[in-house]
Ligand binder design. Structure first.
Ligand code: AMP
Length: 303
């Protein structure tokens, strides 16, 4: 089991979906990633929060395999984000993004984290992602997430990071935007040309597609009748995917395939309640149950 270093946002989210509305709940890409990956391996979190992130909020990290030595607490307010979903939950509008303490965030990797073998760069400015890589000692495996904001606003910097990562985990729209292709296979192949050896394209409720030079692997999404809140499903996928790889310790094609299923299984659980609610109380049995559900969903007998 190898520890995973992650750097990204810890946030207060406000969310409106057809199922209801919540405000100022703990979220953030690195929070979802850490909570989920910690079911499979030890996580080292590097992020920033403000003074308003109190003991109650900190408690959600307690009792998990999450090392908080890299969580800076500075004066000011924590990053805040509000999103509103349409009726079919595939469309989301960002109502506001308040960077607050995130605006001046400089990732500082504590000495005890610098030899981390596995690194997940959550969705932050590509320049900060590069700064993280400059502070770690030859990791075995680096994965990265990004978003339209950086593809449109910091493409040159993003291309530099892409040359230094093994796997890109990205959603379908962003894969098309980054590659300027509209077909996902072409998009995946074009991203491989930019440096990584694998691309995992997240397709929301439709599942995930992994593209490597030797071929593809695809899984459908698990059909879920009552999706309450898709927020963080992408980061949850990444937490399951990278956490699984870290716990397996080898990077064969079979392990990558299992990791895609693990990411999908965790994401299918996450969407069943608002924010982190469903994830915080998960048991090993819940997780095993979802693996089994994926097996049943995709198994068939040939005539
Ligand atoms: P997802 O639904 O996977 O896109 O992730 C949503 C999470 O990302 C929320 O918890 C937000 O707090 C966080 N988030 C939204 N916008 C940003 C941003 N610009 N930078 C970092 N994190 C963000």
């Amino acid at each position: 089991m190898r520890p995973v270093l992650t750097v990204g946002s810890v946030a207060f989210d406000s969310i409106k979906t057809p199922s209801g509305e919540v405000s100022r709940i703990v979220g953030g890409a690195a929070t979802f990633f850490s909570v989920v990956a910690s079911f499979f391996t030890h996580v080292r979190l590097v992020a920033v929060v403000g003074e308003d992130f109190g003991e109650t909020e900190m408690k959600l990290f307690a009792g998990r395999k999450i090392d908080l030595a890299g969580l800076q607490r500075v004066s000011g307010e924590t990053f805040r984000w509000k999103g509103e979903y349409g009726q079919n939950l595939n469309t989301r509008q960002t109502i506001y993004t308040q960077l607050n303490v995130f605006e001046d965030f400089k990732p500082h990797i504590p000495e005890t984290f610098q030899a981390s073998p596995i690194v997940f760069l959550a969705n932050i400015h590509p320049t900060l992602q590069l700064e993280v890589l400059d502070q770690v000692q030859e990791p075995e495996f680096v994965a990265l997430d990004t978003m339209n904001y950086w593809i449109e606003g910091a493409l040159d910097e993003l291309k530099k990071v892409l040359q230094r990562v093994d796997v890109v985990v990205i959603n379908d729209e962003e894969a098309c935007l980054l590659s300027r292709e509209s077909n996902l296979i072409k998009a995946g192949r074009a991203i491989l040309e930019m440096g990584p050896s694998r691309v995992v394209i997240k397709r929301g409720e439709y599942g995930a597609l992994m593209v490597s030079p030797s071929g593809f692997f695809a899984t459908p999404g698990l059909p879920i009748e009552d999706v309450v809140d898709p927020t963080g499903a992408g980061d949850t996928f990444a937490g399951g995917f990278v956490g699984y790889l870290a716990s397996a310790g080898t990077f064969t094609d079979d392990i990558y395939r299992q990791a895609v299923i693990c990411g999908s299984a965790m994401a299918s659980l996450s969407v069943e309640d608002f924010g982190l609610s469903r994830l915080l109380g998960l048991t090993d049995e819940d997780i095993r149950g979802r693996f089994e559900a994926f097996k049943q969903l995709t198994s068939f007998k040939q005539l």
